[in-house]
Design a protein around this ligand. Structure first.
Ligand code: BES
Ligand code: MN
Ligand code: ZN
Length: 477
């Protein structure tokens, strides 16, 4: 998409769609000339209140050269409100098949510019891979209209990198499990070599030989063998710090022998959303080239019920030597991640964050808009929360209550893999904490926001690419 700025009046633009913001007091964020009177009347009729991202689309009836005008509520015009408003415009523009869009949301500083571009990009996203018939193309041109002129130089590369990473993550989540399985996911990671990322992939023999009993067990019930993926971004000079992001890549979660219900399985291709976010962030980082060394680590496996499937009562030896008794094969993400965290803890990282669609309990606690954050390290936790706030992503810190470790005890191994229903997202996080060694660490449970069953805010149903904006900002900070 081509991006430019203009100081011409919005109504002078020969775009397919012109869009303007509306404040709660009814005023517009740009001069509307001949459209002002008819639109004001129409909006009163339509009871448009100017709530954040409230959208109203009108034909211009030949009054101006653009065919349609969109009015969007901007609320308090904070970066977050503008992100959501621009998201609604992006969504509407794609829906209307608008090729050129001119958008006037008022004077924008660097931060709001990024927010507007981020929102527009996320809103225009569609996953049409498997649809027959003609589809709307994404807009090929966006003009940001404002007098005085906007300066895009700072915002543009950052917003573009986020978009490329987040859209890739969304595509990977949306793709069926027949398309994205451990080997093909590893091939996507390998594709980042062309963008300057080092990528190492281990096959199932190497995974076993390296002592990764968790990934091995989870993957052994599937005819699609598991993969371990280690991506590295190295800056040109000496790195300011070394960070790790670790993603759960369960490309389909049938639950294993502790099989899920048909309903519970329906969207379980999304169980690799953590790994999709890691790949998306690595792509963004490859473009942004920060002076930070970044390790992206993924455990990829399919949790199935084949004849070799791991069983209840099995005892696994994990990468750090700890043994785990299996009480539920559907609690597989923590086994895959345990091996990855143990591996990452030997890299001498200054901090690491894992990201996973880990527990249904998390969705019960926080709903589908919030990710849960668990950490014993306030500086890592505060860093993530600050980056999330700047990204407009909702993250809530949860207690990593060590008293609940009791619930992971068994007579037959060092740990069992489930701690019972109460506080299920907390005991899952505590399980992970057994594998991080002394590296400062945080865990993000994205079981809610990784995948929307229906359109939510400006995100169409399906994968959201959540935490790509947050983790990219966290790395750059
Ligand atoms: N992948 C699921 C968690 C999940 C649920 C993600 C809903 C997204 C939406 C995970 O592997 C799982 O099955 N967790 C179990 C754990 C339980 C057996 C302790 C769960 O949440 O029920
Ligand atoms: Mn599961
Ligand atoms: Zn799972």
């Amino acid at each position: 998409m081509q991006l430019d700025t203009s100081t011409l009046p919005l109504t002078a633009h020969s775009a397919d769609l012109i869009a303007v913001g509306r404040r709660p007091d009814g005023s517009f964020t740009a001069e509307l000339g001949v459209l002002e009177a008819p639109l004001t009347a129409a909006l009163a009729q339509a009871k448009h209140r100017g709530d954040v991202a409230e959208l109203s689309l009108w034909p211009t009836l030949g009054l101006v050269s653009a065919a349609q005008v969109a009015i969007v509520g901007v609320g308090d015009a904070s970066p977050d409100a503008l992100r959501r408003a621009a998201g609604a415009i992006g969504h509407a523009a794609r829906g209307a098949g608008a090729d050129a869009v001119a958008l006037a949301l008022g004077a924008l500083d660097d931060v709001s510019e990024v927010a507007v571009l981020e929102g527009f990009n996320a809103g225009k996203y569609r996953y049409n891979e498997h649809l027959s018939g003609p589809q709307t193309a994404e807009p090929s041109r966006l003009t940001l209209v404002s007098d005085p002129a906007l300066e895009l130089a700072g915002a543009l590369p950052f917003a573009q990198a986020i978009d490329a990473g987040q859209s890739l993550a969304r595509d990977l989540v949306n793709a069926p499990a027949a398309v994205i399985f451990p080997e093909s996911l590893a091939a996507v990671a390998m594709g980042l070599v062309a963008e300057g990322i080092e990528v190492e992939v281990w096959d199932e023999q190497k995974i076993r030989a390296e002592g990764m009993g968790g990934i091995t067990a989870v993957g052994q019930g599937s005819s699609r063998p598991p993969r371990f993926i280690h991506m590295t971004y190295r800056p040109a000079g000496a790195p300011r710090k070394k960070l790790g992001i670790i993603g759960k890549g369960v490309t389909f979660d049938a639950g294993g022998l502790s099989i899920k219900t048909a309903d519970g399985m329906m969207t379980m291709r999304c169980d690799m959303a953590g790994s999709a976010a890691v790949i998306g962030v690595m792509k963004a980082i490859a473009a942004l080239k920060p002076d930070v060394e970044v390790h992206g680590i993924i455990g990829a496996a399919e949790n199935m019920l084949g004849g070799d499937a791991y069983k209840l009562g099995d005892v696994l030896r994990m990468h750090n030597g700890k043994t785990v008794e299996i009480h539920n094969t559907d609690a597989e993400g923590r086994l895959v991640l345990g091996d990855c965290l143990s591996y990452a803890s030997a890299l001498g990282l200054d901090a690491m964050v894992d990201i996973a669609t880990l527990t249904g309990a998390c969705v019960v606690a926080l709903g589908d808009l919030y990710s849960a954050l668990f950490s014993h390290d306030n500086s890592v936790a505060d860093g993530i929360l600050a980056s999330a706030q700047q990204s407009g992503e909702l993250v809530w810190r949860m207690p990593l209550e060590v008293a609940y470790k009791e619930r992971l005890k068994t007579d037959f191994a060092d740990l069992k893999n489930v701690g019972g229903p109460p506080g299920g997202s907390i005991t899952a996080a505590l399980f992970l904490s057994e594998f991080v060694g002394s590296t400062p660490w945080a865990h993000l449970d994205i079981a809610g926001p990784a995948f929307f069953a229906k359109k939510t805010r400006h995100f169409v149903s399906g994968g959201t690419g959540c935490m790509v904006p947050t983790l990219t900002r966290w790395i750059l900070a």
